[in-house]
Design a protein around this ligand. Structure first.
Ligand SMILES: Cc1ccnc(S(N)(=O)=O)n1
Ligand SMILES: [Zn+2]
Length: 259
């Protein structure tokens, strides 16, 4: 009602710099990946990215108020190789998406092309004692980004997308009682672009080695629509969660490498 104190609706990306000056930093994410400027680096293929997730690592799905988040118990879910000088452990995965039926929604773009959604698998460097220590270190995090395109249903994503209706409001949480291997969300072809960037939502720490898979994975229109079962606060009250993506940021001379 009008007597309630409206909870402050989070400021949009173009205001983040007021509270998080690093928003205008030198290694911000996402970026537009200009494929002709990406440099093939043989070292990446000589030491292939190793993804070894266990199938009982996913604990729960939460509505964070900004996305869904599958919380992972890092036991046995590790990545290494490729651009990484250390072993990193999966801590959570979430996504960013656009309006119903639209083609914008991804954070990274490829030669200016957007996808309807982008999945982020967040990992922390095992050289640190926990994710809290890693989160603001230059080599603290590694995030694998996977573009979602609209097409046939993704059988592997269905057990997760079916849970969104159970966590409509911020802080809602449902346990994942079934075995689930997040590797099923990766495209078959493991080629990627990699560059040094940041978290794409506040606190925007410049601590992420980004690994953006070249190939999208197909999910159905219904699975994309299921993302809107998640609700969040809008200026006019509670509404469907959508457009929770940050637009591309200045490259600032960074090199993007490619397999
Ligand atoms: C853990 C975390 C926090 C904020 N933003 C991100 S993201 N979108 O860069 O993956 N991850
Ligand atoms: Zn993200």
């Amino acid at each position: 009602g009008f007597l309630q104190v409206a909870s402050p609706v989070p400021q949009g990306p173009n205001k983040w710099h007021e509270q998080f000056p690093i928003a205008k930093g030198q290694r911000q994410s996402p970026i537009d990946i200009v494929t002709s400027n990406a440099k093939v680096d043989k070292a990446l293929s000589d030491n292939p990215l190793k993804v070894s997730y266990s199938n009982n690592c996913c604990q729960s799905v939460t509505n964070t108020g900004a996305s869904f988040q599958v919380v992972v118990d890092g036991a046995g879910t590790e990545i290494s190789g490729g651009p990484l000088d250390s072993t990193y452990k999966l801590v959570q995965f979430h996504a960013h998406w656009g309006p119903l039926g639209g083609d914008e929604g991804s954070e990274h773009t490829v030669d200016g092309v957007t996808y309807p959604a982008e999945l982020h698998l967040v990992h922390w460097n095992q050289k640190y004692k926990d994710v809290g220590e890693a989160v603001d270190k230059p080599d603290g995090l590694a995030v694998i980004g996977v573009f979602f395109s609209r097409g046939k249903e993704h059988a592997g994503f269905k057990p997760i997308s079916d849970l969104f209706a159970k966590v409509p409001r911020k802080a809602d949480k449902v346990d994942i009682s079934f075995n689930y291997d997040p590797a099923c969300l990766l495209p078959a072809r493991r080629d990627y672009w990699t560059y040094l960037g940041s978290l794409t939502t506040p606190p925007l720490f410049e601590s992420v080695t980004w690994i953006v898979m070249k190939d999208p994975v197909e999910v159905s229109a219904e699975q994309l629509a299921a993302l809107r079962n998640l609700l969040w606060e809008t200026p006019s009250g509670e509404g469907q969660m959508c457009n929770n993506y940050r637009p591309p940021q200045p490259l600032q001379g960074r090199l993007v490498r490619s397999t």
